[in-house]
Each structure stands twice: as structure tokens, then as C-alpha cells.
Design a protein around this ligand. Structure first.
Ligand code: NAD
Length: 256
């Protein structure tokens, strides 16, 4: 049987890039996300690579929906071997103005959902003596930027969670690792470029070079393929000793 990967938020951006790469390697994929064309994306990629796919639009704000997402993966695709906790949202505001409901939502989706999904997948991983958890954190899991209090807190939390999962999974062939990208040009970032251009009264190109990529030594967006390659390495069955770690692809941001 081909291995099965559940990738949250895989009908857009980084998750979609990872899902395409995994499908190409023969993984069956549970696509997931709130995009209206999610089912078509899943069917199209499944057909292209000759792998089984399914789609869920489970809302990650609800623990019961997350548990159901994991069970749907098992019942529809025959198991779960790799869990990529990728879905995430962003909101930018100074602490004193940061809306409390936005804060709670970011913590829920960007951090707590990774716990609920990992918890639900765990018994399956233990039973088959194999599991790979890949958490998409961020360079903001290692470094702070102003106006991102919820995002930075959640992404740091994900790295701590990853370490605990790694220790508890040790010698059960369950690994947990985090990926910490710098800026990747996805719908999440494209929205920020437009917003910041308005806020700073700058051109979008200036926002990219002077604001966004300011902290990256390499002034380029991180390619999706780089992140997909990291995830494939972490998912590999031969790599049980790569665990509890955070791989950066941040153009040298955290080296400074
Ligand atoms: P994106 O906006 O393109 O995709 C986010 C996905 O999450 C979408 O499929 C969306 O439907 C899903 N999602 C959001 N809220 C949800 C909810 N309540 N329930 C279910 N699904 C929900 O974003 P992206 O840029 O691809 O980001 C993916 C991950 O990578 C996020 O965790 C983000 O923080 C992280 N990241 C992104 C960048 C970047 O520069 N783009 C950098 C570092 C880390």
C-alpha cells in the first residue's frame, strides 16, 4: 500500500506545493482547506499522478472537526502515515490594538490545531509503529517581528510542541520536525504585500524588497520546491533519527 499523507491547508500555497510533491512520489493525499475548489484540486492531482486522493474542508477552529479529519483520512484512504500541520492564518497589528478574537483564532489554527491533529493521529502511528509529523512553523518560530504577537507566539509554540512529540515518539518510529520558512510567495503573503503597500504608501515591489525581505540576507522568496524537498526528507521511512529539529529555509534571516 502507498503511504498516506494528510496535509492541512493543502488547497493553497505551501500545503499545495507539498501535496503536489508528495503525490508525485506516490503518496495518497488527504487534501484539506477552505478553498471552494478543493475537491477539484484533489481530483486533478490524483489523476495526474495516479494516486488516491480525498478532500475535506474541516474547520480547524474545532477540535472535534480535526479528530474527524484524521478519521476521514483513515477511512477514505486506508490509513495515515504522514501528518503535515500546515494550515495557518496571519493578522498584523500593534499589541495594544490587536483584536482579541483574531489573537484567539491565530493561536487556535496555527498552534492548537497541530496538537489536536497529532493527538488524533497518534494511536494510528503507535499501532503501525510508524508516523511522521511535519509542522510548518516559520522563521517567526525562531525570531520576532513587531505587530505579529499572535503569529510569533503560535509559531514559537509549534516548535516547542514539535520537540515534545519527538521525545514521546522516540523508539516508536514516530518522528516530529518543524520547517521554518522565511517569506514564500503564497496567497497569505500576496495579501500582506497589497496591505503593506497601502499602509506604507509604497509600490508593491518596494514593499517586497525593502520591507518584507529586509531581514533575509538572500533577497528572494523561498521556493515551494525547497519546502517540499525538506518535507519529503522528514517523511522518509529511513529517517527515524531526524526528529525534534527545526529546518530553516529563511534566506539567512535567523543566521543574523
Ligand atoms: P495560504 O493562505 O496560501 O494557505 C493557508 C491554508 O490554510 C489554506 O488552504 C486555508 O484554507 C487553510 N486554512 C486557514 N484557516 C483555516 C481553518 N480555520 N480551517 C481549515 N483550514 C484553514 O498560506 P501559506 O502561505 O501557504 O501558509 C501555509 C503555512 O505556512 C502557514 O502555517 C503559514 O503560517 C506558514 N508560513 C508561511 C510563510 C509565507 O511566507 N507564506 C512563511 C512562513 C510560514
Amino acid at each position: 500500500m502507498n503511504k498516506v499523507a494528510l496535509i492541512t491547508g493543502s488547497t493553497s500555497g505551501i500545503g499545495l506545493g507539498i501535496a503536489k510533491a508528495f503525490a508525485q512520489k506516490g503518496y495518497a493525499i488527504m487534501f484539506h482547506g477552505l478553498e471552494a475548489n478543493g475537491a477539484e484540486i484533489a481530483a486533478e492531482i490524483g489523476q495526474k499522478h495516479g494516486v488516491q486522493t480525498a478532500f475535506s474542508n474541516a474547520n480547524l477552529l474545532h477540535a472535534t472537526a480535526i479528530a474527524q479529519l484524521v478519521e476521514d483520512t483513515v477511512s477514505q484512504l486506508g490509513g495515515i502515515h504522514v501528518l503535515v500541520n500546515n494550515a495557518g492564518i496571519q493578522y498584523v497589528a500593534p499589541v495594544s490594538d490587536f483584536p482579541e478574537d483574531r489573537y484567539e483564532k491565530i493561536i487556535a489554527i496555527n498552534m492548537n490545531a497541530s496538537f489536536y491533529a497529532s493527538k488524533a493521529a497518534w494511536p494510528h502511528f503507535e499501532e503501525q509503529h510508524f508516523g511522521r509529523i511535519i509542522n510548518i512553523s516559520s522563521v517567526h518560530g525562531l525570531r520576532a517581528s513587531e505587530y505579529k504577537v499572535a503569529y510569533v507566539a503560535a509559531k514559537h509554540g509549534v516548535i516547542g510542541m514539535t520537540k515534545v512529540l519527538a521525545i514521546e515518539g522516540a523508539n516508536k518510529n514516530i518522528t516530529a520536525n518543524a520547517i521554518c520558512p522565511g517569506y514564500v510567495k503564497t496567497p497569505l503573503v500576496e495579501g500582506q504585500i497589497a496591505d503593506q503597500a497601502k499602509a506604507h504608501q509604497m509600490s508593491e515591489e518596494d514593499v517586497v524588497q525593502k520591507v518584507m525581505l529586509k531581514k533575509q540576507a538572500v533577497k528572494e522568496f523561498v521556493p515551494l520546491q525547497t519546502l517540499a524537498d525538506m518535507a519529503l526528507l522528514m517523511a522518509d521511512e529511513n529517517n527515524a533519527t531526524i526528529t525534534g529539529t527545526s529546518f530553516t529555509a529563511d534566506g539567512g534571516w535567523s543566521a543574523q
